[in-house]
Structure formats: structure tokens, C-alpha cells
Design a protein around this ligand. Structure first.
Ligand SMILES: Cc1cc2nc3c(=O)[nH]c(=O)nc-3n(C[C@H](O)[C@H](O)[C@H](O)COP(=O)(O)OP(=O)(O)OC[C@H]3O[C@@H](n4cnc5c(N)ncnc54)[C@H](O)[C@@H]3O)c2cc1C
Length: 418
């Protein structure tokens, strides 16, 4: 047997970021027939796990740590995927600036060679800069380690302040309220979830959280934190101080752009890709929370959701395999806040009319968004059937006439294309 290599052994694909998008990209590459080596390297010490339960079932103790893993330990070996955990890539060097082959240098001194590169690097929580921001008891939530520390802290707490009235902040607030804590949500804007939902939905959620016992303060700008070693209060710009044993800050994500920026692949929003997850350097793709795609109607768009991470990773894998990526699905998302299941499909940007279907007081209804008479998105609260039907209509390019949308006597499925 001759073991002399006649051609260079392929270094294969290196995927930096062992999260939802990185794992999906690796799996899809194998599904599409990739036989060369695939290495996934991630900075966290654990194999890829689900983040959504961290602010929901895991925080409230209903889900255990073992249930969070995205795949079992044998999955990676069975697909021939080398998974390296707890290793942070600090530098990328390309052999040739115009092509994706090169090497990655890690913090511990390893060198990982690649023929093709995928960046699925996600981001890190935006920090609140204010006096006292480093006190004990002030938490951020992105990783399982963050969630373990927060859960431990919440167990000892009676007064919880959540800074930021977005999805994650409100989910934490709901879990803390349900476990009997005195909870205050401080939102700097004049309504909750302002980046994502319409005013009518923001108002509904403010009322719903208040009904469940949380205090919701809008237009509430944090100016600092009180306490000696540990936080004891949150100072507001108007001079008020809110008592706190635990503070959780959820004010957005800063994308990990350093590596991509060193190759000139970023804009202000994140790593720039096309619909196939391709950056402008052939052989380098990006997907998930870090990737910015150009939307035909709305321009540069970066979405933070599991469905988006999965869809973009699949598209990026197809591109690396030289295939034409499928059409990106209609964006969808969910958020569980107490017993309110919010499900969203489509993009609300640029809407000019909202129709409410169902009874908001019963906490079971949908808001349908229109642009020039065309339904563009839906947000449903405890109305999964309306949500699913409308999502199918959006995916098929159909419509629900504005004057029929709010009429409960006309089932939405009437508008499904046959
Ligand atoms: C608390 C919480 C609740 C959420 N709830 C929902 C929900 O209900 N529904 C929903 O759709 N989405 C939800 N999301 C968002 C969703 O989890 C993310 O959109 C998704 O996990 C993004 O996956 P990703 O692979 O792009 O990024 P990530 O999961 O962040 O993975 C990126 C990984 O890359 C690693 N990395 C970065 N740079 C390097 C480097 N240089 N070297 C090595 N490793 C590196 C990071 O450590 C990280 O592990 C939630 C997120 C959080 C935090």
C-alpha cells in the first residue's frame, strides 16, 4: 500500500462558532454530500445547545441542563465532524486575499487550517455603561453559564429589576414574577418591544405584565446603580431609585465582528452576506445572528432568531457546495412570556394598517399587518391556528382581504391558495 499523498490533503471547512448556525451548517454540508473534513470550533466549553429556554423553561427550573443540548455526544463523531469546544479564534490569515483558504490562530496557540471558512460567531450582550455597572448582582443573559449564575442569584432575590423591555427581558421578568419576586421592568423607550412589534402589541404586553404583578416603567433611563459590593438599587435619570437585589440587563446584542472586519467583510450592522450566505470573498460564508442580508424591500437586515440561523446556515452550506440556495423562508419567531405564547411571521416594517382578530381582553388574538392592502405579517397571542394559517398564506404569496381579516366568522383558511 502506498501512503504517499499525491495531492494535498484537504484542510476542509472550518466553522467558527459552535452555536445553532454553526451546527446546522456542518450538518447540512454532510447532508449535501461533503466528504472533506469539517471542523467546528467554539469559544464556549459546551457542545452547541439551545439558547431560547435560557430565559424560559430553564430559568424557571422546568427544563434541565441536559435537555438543552442540540445534539447528543455521538452525533458529531457519527457525521465525521470535529468539534472543538472552549477554544477562541483570535486571528485569521488567508493564503491569498481573494480566496477563502487560510489558517485560524486560537487563543491557546492552536493553528487550524481551512480551504473554506464559515463565520457563525453570534454576538455578546450590549453592556450598560453607568456608574456602578460592575457591582455584584448585575447580570446579562446569553450563555448557559450566564443562565446558571442568574438562576442562582434569582433564588436568593426578592426585588428584581430588568433593564430593557425586549423579548428576553420580558421573558425573564415573567419567570421572576411567576416565582413570586417583586419585579420592575425599566424600558428607556415609550413602549415595550418597540423594535419588533406595533404599538398595539406593546400596550397589550405592558397591561398583561402589570396584571400579573410586574411593574412596567416606560421612558425610564437608567443613570447608575446603588450598592457597595452588591447592587441594592437602580438609579433613574429622573432621580428615582428602584430597590434591587438582582438586576438583569437585556439591551441588545453586539455582533462578534472582529474576525470578519480583519478581512473587510463587515458593515456597521454585522457581517455582510448575500441571500446564499456568501461574503464577498469566495469560499467564505456567514450565517446566524452575526450575518446581515440585504432585503429587497427593507435594505440591510440582521435577524436574531433560531429559524433565521437555521435557514441562513442551510443556504450558506448549499453555497459552499456549489448549489443554488433555496428561497429564504418567511421570517418567524416566538416568545413565551408567562402563559402568553407570542408567535410572529413576516416583517412588520413599513406597514400602514393593523387589523385585530379576536378579543384582546381574553388574551387570545392576532394582529395582522398590511402594506397597501397586502398582508405582510402576523403576531398571534395564544392563537396558534391563526398564526400557522397566516404563515402559510405569507409563504405562498397569498393575501387575506383587510375587510375579512378581523371577522371571526370567516376562518383564515378560507384564504389559503388551493
Ligand atoms: C436568552 C435568549 C432567549 C432567546 N429566545 C429565542 C426565542 O424564543 N426564539 C428564537 O427564535 N430565538 C431566540 N433567541 C435567539 C437565538 O437563540 C439566536 O438567534 C441563535 O441562538 C443564534 O445562533 P447563532 O449560531 O447565530 O449564534 P450563537 O448561538 O450566539 O453562537 C455563536 C457562537 O460562536 C462562538 N464564537 C464567537 N466568536 C468566536 C471566536 N472568535 N472563536 C470561537 N468561538 C466563537 C460564541 O461563543 C457562540 O457560542 C434567544 C436568545 C437568547 C440569548
Amino acid at each position: 500500500m502506498d501512503y504517499t499523498a499525491t495531492s494535498p490533503v484537504p484542510a476542509g471547512t472550518l466553522i467558527i462558532g459552535a452555536g445553532q448556525a454553526g451546527l446546522q451548517l456542518a450538518s447540512t454540508l454532510r447532508e449535501l454530500g461533503e466528504t472533506a473534513p469539517i471542523t467546528v470550533v467554539g469559544g464556549e466549553s459546551r457542545p452547541p445547545y439551545q439558547r431560547p429556554p435560557l430565559s424560559k423553561a430553564f430559568l424557571s427550573g422546568e427544563a434541565a441542563e441536559q435537555e438543552l443540548a442540540l445534539r447528543g455526544a455521538d452525533y458529531y463523531a457519527s457525521l465525521g465532524i470535529t468539534l472543538i469546544c472552549g477554544e477562541w479564534v483570535e486571528e485569521l490569515q488567508l493564503h491569498d486575499a481573494g480566496a477563502g483558504a487560510g489558517k485560524a490562530l486560537t487563543r491557546s496557540g492552536q493553528t487550524l487550517s481551512f480551504d473554506r471558512l464559515a463565520l457563525t460567531v453570534g454576538g455578546t450582550p450590549r453592556r450598560l455603561r453607568a456608574p456602578g455597572a460592575d457591582l455584584e448582582g448585575i447580570h446579562y443573559l446569553r450563555t448557559l453559564d450566564d443562565a446558571l449564575a442568574l438562576r442562582e442569584s434569582l433564588n436568593q432575590a426578592s426585588h428584581v429589576v430588568v433593564v430593557g423591555g425586549g423579548f428576553v427581558g420580558l421573558e425573564i421578568a415573567a419567570a421572576a414574577t411567576a416565582s413570586g419576586k417583586n419585579v420592575t421592568v425599566l424600558e428607556a423607550q415609550d413602549r415595550l418591544m418597540a423594535r419588533a412589534v406595533a404599538p398595539v402589541m406593546s400596550q397589550f404586553y405592558a397591561d398583561a405584565h402589570r396584571r400579573r404583578g410586574a411593574r412596567i416603567e416606560l421612558d425610564a433611563a437608567v443613570s447608575g446603580f446603588r450598592g457597595t459590593d452588591r447592587v441594592s438599587g437602580v438609579e433613574l435619570a429622573d432621580g428615582r431609585v428602584i430597590e434591587a437585589d438582582v438586576v438583569v440587563v437585556g439591551i441588545g446584542l453586539i455582533v462578534h465582528t472582529d474576525l470578519a472586519a480583519s478581512l473587510g467583510l463587515t458593515s456597521e450592522l454585522g457581517i455582510e452576506v448575500d441571500a446564499g450566505g456568501r461574503t464577498r470573498i469566495p469560499g467564505i460564508v456567514a450565517a446566524g445572528d452575526c450575518a446581515v442580508n440585504s432585503h429587497p424591500l427593507h435594505g440591510p437586515l440582521r435577524l436574531e432568531s433560531v429559524p433565521n440561523a437555521i435557514a441562513q446556515a442551510k443556504a450558506a452550506a448549499a453555497s459552499l457546495m456549489g448549489r443554488t440556495p433555496g428561497v429564504m423562508p418567511v421570517p418567524w419567531f416566538w416568545s413565551d412570556q408567562a402563559d402568553l405564547k407570542l408567535q410572529m411571521a413576516g416583517l412588520t416594517m413599513g406597514y400602514d394598517e393593523v387589523v385585530i382578530r379576536g378579543d384582546m381582553d381574553s388574551e387570545c388574538f392576532s394582529a395582522l399587518y398590511y402594506r397597501e392592502g397586502q398582508v405582510v405579517s402576523i403576531e398571534s397571542v395564544n392563537a396558534p391556528r391563526d398564526y400557522m394559517t397566516t404563515r402559510r398564506i405569507l409563504e405562498s404569496g397569498g393575501n387575506i382581504p383587510v375587510n375579512a381579516a378581523g371577522n371571526l366568522d370567516i376562518p383564515l383558511k378560507t384564504h389559503l391558495r388551493r
